[in-house]
Design a protein around this ligand. Structure first.
Ligand SMILES: [Zn+2]
Ligand SMILES: [Zn+2]
Length: 280
């Protein structure tokens, strides 16, 4: 133990180690940052600007204010900084042989390659649900998680709008997975994009899914924008990220969820023709 600590201190005191860390950290910033820099503005531009009028009848609550957008972007940039530091630690684990990110898709079998994405979603969902429940305990909600809840009507820019402590907690998902299983590099890139899209759509404030989605036996198991929007609106309930099952098993799904989903996905009311509907 002492030897190991001495090695760590010797490494930290070496200027070369800091030079390497800076390089890895910069790469981590680019790797974590590009997803946010591309997907969050793209979703906002399409859903909140270009299709704003078309999607107005699908607005779940209200459009976010400019001040919300600025705050969400500032906290998200800080989150990218935290994620990049964790990515540097992941790389150190790979280099030291404690974790494996492999290139050849056949190395651990095609079955593992295909299964690893849904399994990562299931793991991420469970990790997010339970850490989110923890963040909703009084002390952590007041001091840490309140940052995310300042967006009552969020925008896609809120995808990474966390207090740095929450960013640190959320950033452990992949690191913990890699301590247990090997993961393909392309799977990590694909999952990172899916995760960003999920987080962006969860904060879109307009429901984009079809009417029957939430009550369907299969698609109803996936979280929708309405599902997470109600979490921001009511602060409690609907804690999940990917799937609805943890909230249903634990009795934390908002009771109005399905009704609100149907209301917001109802066809827009057509303007009545002259005289139509007027009771004489
Ligand atoms: Zn919350
Ligand atoms: Zn949120």
């Amino acid at each position: 133990m002492i030897d190991w600590l001495m090695d760590v201190f010797a490494t930290l005191g070496h200027p070369g180690a800091w030079h390497s860390f800076r390089r890895v950290y910069t790469l981590g910033l680019l790797d974590e940052g590009w997803r946010y820099a591309v997907f969050a503005p793209a979703l906002w531009l399409v859903l909140h600007v270009l299709l704003k009028k078309r999607l107005a009848h699908r607005l779940i609550g209200d459009w976010p204010r400019r001040a919300d957008l600025a705050r969400e972007i500032a906290y998200s940039v800080a989150t990218v900084g935290v994620f990049a530091a964790i990515a540097a630690v992941v790389l150190a684990l790979v280099v030291s042989g404690h974790a494996e990110i492999y290139e050849d898709p056949r190395k651990h079998g095609l079955a593992w390659l295909v299964l690893s994405i849904p399994l990562l979603m299931i793991w991420h969902d469970a990790y997010f649900y339970w850490t989110h429940r923890l963040l909703h305990t009084r002390w952590l909600l007041r001091r840490v998680h309140f940052v995310h809840h300042r967006s009552r009507h969020p925008s896609p820019f809120a995808a990474y709008a966390f207090h740095p402590v929450e960013a640190f907690v959320n950033g452990q998902v992949m690191l913990l997975a890699l301590l247990v299983v090997p993961l393909n590099g392309y799977v990590l890139v694909a999952f990172g994009m899916l995760e960003m899209l999920r987080a962006g759509f969860s904060h879109a404030t307009v429901e984009t899914m079809p009417r029957r989605f939430a009550r369907h036996w299969f698609t109803g198991r996936f979280v929708t924008t309405t599902h997470h929007h109600l979490h921001h609106e009511a602060v409690h309930g609907n804690y999940a990220l990917w799937f609805t099952w943890w909230d249903r098993w634990c009795g934390t799904e908002r009771p109005e969820y399905l009704e609100r989903f149907e209301k917001v996905t109802a066809p827009p009311a057509r303007p009545a023709a002259d005289g139509a509907g007027v009771i004489a």
